[in-house]
Design a protein around this ligand. Structure first.
Ligand SMILES: C[S@@+](CC[C@H](N)C(=O)[O-])C[C@H]1O[C@@H](n2cnc3c(N)ncnc32)[C@H](O)[C@@H]1O
Length: 152
């Protein structure tokens, strides 16, 4: 925990991002505290959704609820989504969850090489082939053509 406290303190001033934050600064932020994000958030770097006032659910389950809520709200279906594009994919948990749930392929793009490595490792651990789910380094503000097309 000392290590993570050190990371938080050393990165403190850089933890604030706004409209003027460049892609390079964002990559630096997420690379520098990759381990800290994992401890705090697990494989999803977003908040959890709790359908009721009961907060006893595990954070990971609540985070997956958030994704499921987005899937439902966006009307994403198994038949409608063959290829998912996840820009700013974090450490991959969200792409993996959606790929499994909808049975689609997923490509995650992230400016942080460290998070891309973590995400590809997580996909392998979960038994997913790179032809199903893969993660590449790229800037969402200037996506390479190789990203191709996606349904969602
Ligand atoms: C708040 S996290 C969310 C991660 C993921 N969507 C999730 O919910 O778990 C934001 C992510 O966007 C990535 N990111 C920030 N700026 C980016 C850019 N210009 N292009 C691609 N990824 C970017 C960061 O590296 C980080 O992984």
């Amino acid at each position: 925990m000392v290590y993570h406290s050190y990371l938080l303190l050393s990165q403190g001033p850089n933890l604030i991002m706004d409209g003027a934050t460049t892609s390079v600064q964002a990559a630096h932020l997420y690379n520098g505290v990759d381990a800290l994000w994992k401890v705090l958030f697990g494989s999803h770097i977003h908040v959890g959704y709790y359908p009721t006032t009961d907060r006893s659910a595990r954070l990971a389950d609540a985070q997956e609820h958030t994704i499921d809520k987005i899937i439902a709200t966006a009307g994403l279906t198994k038949s409608g989504v063959r290829q998912l594009l996840d820009v700013g994919c974090g450490v991959g948990g969200t792409s993996i969850h959606i790929a499994k749930k909808l049975g689609c392929r997923a490509l995650g793009v992230n400016i942080s090489p460290e998070q891309v490595a973590s995400a590809n490792e997580l996909a392998l651990q979960q038994g997913l082939l790179p032809s199903q789910v893969r993660f590449v380094v790229g800037d969402g503000l200037d996506l390479p053509q190789s990203v191709g097309t996606a349904d969602a």
